[in-house]
Design a protein around this ligand. Structure first.
Ligand SMILES: Cc1ncc(C[n+]2csc(CCOP(=O)(O)OP(=O)(O)O)c2C)c(N)n1
Ligand SMILES: [Mg+2]
Length: 633
């Protein structure tokens, strides 16, 4: 037996030496899977991963301000790269680690790969409790890092250096699997990070992970084709999977040949260009009337790369045809089986192509196609109307979105995540290419916007990145403005200030609660002014423009729509991250277009407004459906 060559490395050095040699390949294109490592150092990682990163500068280190933000940036990077590349994130032990839990949940929910390396308490235990250690009377085998378990697709704690030999390949399997991907967490005890071990050199050889385009069962494709041929009112629901699989051309061929119209989810917007005559735009709670009307009567829904969130299904009220059936194309059997669909478990691109081959000569009836095209055109006029509202004294959010859409380069990427912007953008943003609309709406996490924008710009440095952010989200996390300046990644941040939560304010009023707790104003005699207080409130002495300037951004303050248009032109030539600040109207909203979202209303209340809201809610809730008997056999 020949002796294996080994190399003495610390556990942390072995992690980095391994990560820098991992590659992925899809469709013959190969690239390194990791673009580097974000990190914030403390006693939990400085002598381990920190030392390793210093020793291996070819694996680029990026300093961040906030651990949650760095996970968002890495996740946004992965989304921009269609999951073919991401970054690792190293944190200290304790609060640095738990700051990443929100980021982990976001990545996992959105099915986006990110590798988290939180420091952990000493494996040898003799010095416990160490700074920031959570102790338990019942076991010594617990730390705050156990919080990552439910939000990670793979979780492990490396208590001996040689455990890396089995843990890291598992981490890579999950990260590179389109069906299983999400956050992967390897908790690294701070002492073990620094311990040396003779690792086999073979472990550090270049390794290529092949991302195959899996094909669904042939019988299922045949059944799906037969069901499509038998349908009268089929509808495609396009989700993020279409974009990640780079199946947008395949989708367009499918639509052109069959005449089946398309509604898009939050993650799927951009699957089909907004001006394709069979594009119905957004579907569901924040959908267009075009998509929602066709959804209501559809007899066959072809869900492609969607997980059917409540926003997509209007909380299960969107599909009201009693005979509606589902065909789901998805890499994940879990998502493919939703609504008791005929599951086509496979890659969206090859599945759409295989299905289309069996639909030769088939197209929807001319009257249905004409109805879809008419709705598309009517919707386009509605967007035009909203882009041209000129509201005073404060502009409307819709016209500001219109200005950004029309004045940004068509290749630009717009990013958003929470507040009233996502619903408005889902409806009226005109997506001109599959990456034009980057919406984080799996977790809809306030604070993702600027951090996410940084990750996008790192992934696509040649494109302009427009961060659309409300004052609430901005206040929650604006720290990565500093990182964007430090790393010279220019972001264009559009900061819309409506003095609080426009979104939750409107939701509150719809629940009969009059905006309680959603305005940024001083409490009066210990009470919260609601919307009924009107302008009779004392506003806070907050200057968000000055705040952005203090972080190093170039800031342009606007008052009117005309100022805003000028600012959008000016930021084309600024040399660093720029913030366009404008106040907009809290109350003027883009309407709801026959969508619904179930937010339960208090069943008993002393407030008549709440009782009235409950009475309105009940009949809508009654329309929610289970899809139990519609399996295609
Ligand atoms: C981290 C986090 N906390 C709370 C919420 C619930 N939430 C959704 S939107 C919103 C208000 C957002 O305010 P702002 O960014 O100003 O946007 P606006 O609603 O005014 O458009 C809140 C609190 C959330 N989505 N994320
Ligand atoms: Mg706001």
């Amino acid at each position: 037996m020949t002796e294996q060559a080994t190399k003495s490395l610390t556990m942390a050095q072995a992690v980095i030496a391994f990560l820098k040699n991992q590659y992925v390949e899809r469709d013959g294109q190969e690239q390194p899977f990791f673009a580097g490592c974000f990190g914030i150092f403390g006693h939990g990682n400085i002598a381990g991963i920190g030392q390793a990163l210093q020793q291996m500068p070819e694996f680029r280190y990026y300093q961040a301000r906030n651990e949650q933000a760095m996970v968002h940036a890495a996740t946004a990077y992965a989304k921009t790269k269609n999951r073919l590349q991401t970054l690792a994130c190293t944190s200290s032990v304790g609060p640095g680690a738990t700051n990443m839990v929100t980021g982990a949940a976001l990545a996992t929910i959105n099915r986006l790969p990110v590798l988290l390396l939180p420091g952990d308490i000493f494996a040898r235990r003799n010095v416990a409790p160490v700074l920031q250690q959570l102790e338990s009377e019942h076991t010594q085998d617990i730390s705050v890092n156990d919080c990552f378990k439910p939000v990670s697709r793979y979780w492990d704690r490396i208590t001996r250096p040689e455990q890396l030999l089995t843990a890291l390949p598992e981490a890579m399997r999950v990260l590179t699997s389109p069906a299983e991907t999400g956050a992967v967490t390897l908790a690294l005890p701070e002492d073990v990070q620094t311990e040396a071990y003779a690792y086999p050199e073979a472990f550090f050889q270049k390794r290529v992970w092949h991302i195959y385009r899996h094909r669904p069962a042939r019988e299922a494709v045949e059944q799906a084709a037969a069901a499509i041929r038998a349908s009268k009112r089929p509808l495609i629901v396009a989700g993020g999977g279409v974009i990640y699989a780079e199946a947008t051309d395949a989708l367009q061929h499918f639509v052109d040949q069959t005449g089946i119209p398309v509604g898009e989810t939050m993650a799927g917007k951009g699957s089909l260009r907004y001006d394709h005559p069979l594009s119905l735009g957004a579907i569901g709670a924040t959908g267009t009337f075009a998509a929602n009307r066709l959804a209501r009567d559809a007899d066959l829904v072809i869900g492609t790369g969607t997980r059917y969130s409540d926003f997509t299904t209007s909380s299960k009220t969107a599909f009201q045809n009693p005979a509606v059936r589902f065909i789901n194309i998805n890499v994940s059997a879990f998502d493919a089986s939703k609504h008791l669909a005929l599951p086509l478990v496979g890659d969206a691109k090859v599945t759409l192509e295989e299905l289309l081959d069996l639909l030769d000569g088939y197209a929807v009836e001319a009257s249905y196609r004409a109805q879809a095209e008419r709705l598309h055109a009517e919707w386009d006029s509605e967007v035009e109307r909203i882009y041209n509202v000129r509201h005073t004294p404060l502009p409307s959010q819709g016209e500001l979105i219109g200005a950004v859409n029309e004045l940004s380069d068509p290749s630009a990427i717009m990013v958003c995540a929470a507040g009233s912007l996502p619903g408005d953008l889902h409806k009226v943003w005109r997506a001109r290419h599959p990456k034009n609309y980057h919406m984080e709406y799996g977790y809809s996490c306030m604070g993702y916007e600027i951090a996410g924008g940084l990750g996008i710009k790192m992934a696509a440095p040649d494109r302009d990145v427009y961060v659309m952010v409300g004052d609430g989200s901005y206040l929650m996390m604006n720290s990565e403005i500093v990182t964007s300046i430090q790393e010279r990644y220019k972001l264009i941040i559009v900061l819309l200030d409506n003095s609080g939560f426009k979104s939750i304010g409107a939701l509150s009023r719809s629940l009969g609660q009059d905006g309680f707790g959603t305005r940024y104003v001083y409490p009066r005699n210990g009470h919260w002014p609601t919307d009924a207080a009107g302008t009779d409130v004392q506003t806070l002495p907050v200057d968000l423009a000055a705040n952005a300037r203090s972080l190093g951004a170039h800031v342009i303050e606007c008052k009117t729509y005309a100022d805003f248009v000028e600012a959008l032109k000016t930021v084309q030539t600024t040399d660093r991250t720029s913030v366009i600040y404008i106040q907009d109207d809290r109350y003027l909203a883009i309407p709801n277009y026959e969508g619904w979202w179930d937010v339960p209303v208090a069943e008993v209340s002393e407030l008549p407004s709440v009782q009235a809201a409950r009475a309105e809610w009940a009949p809508m809730q009654a329309q929610e459906r289970y899809f139990l008997e519609h399996k295609i056999r």
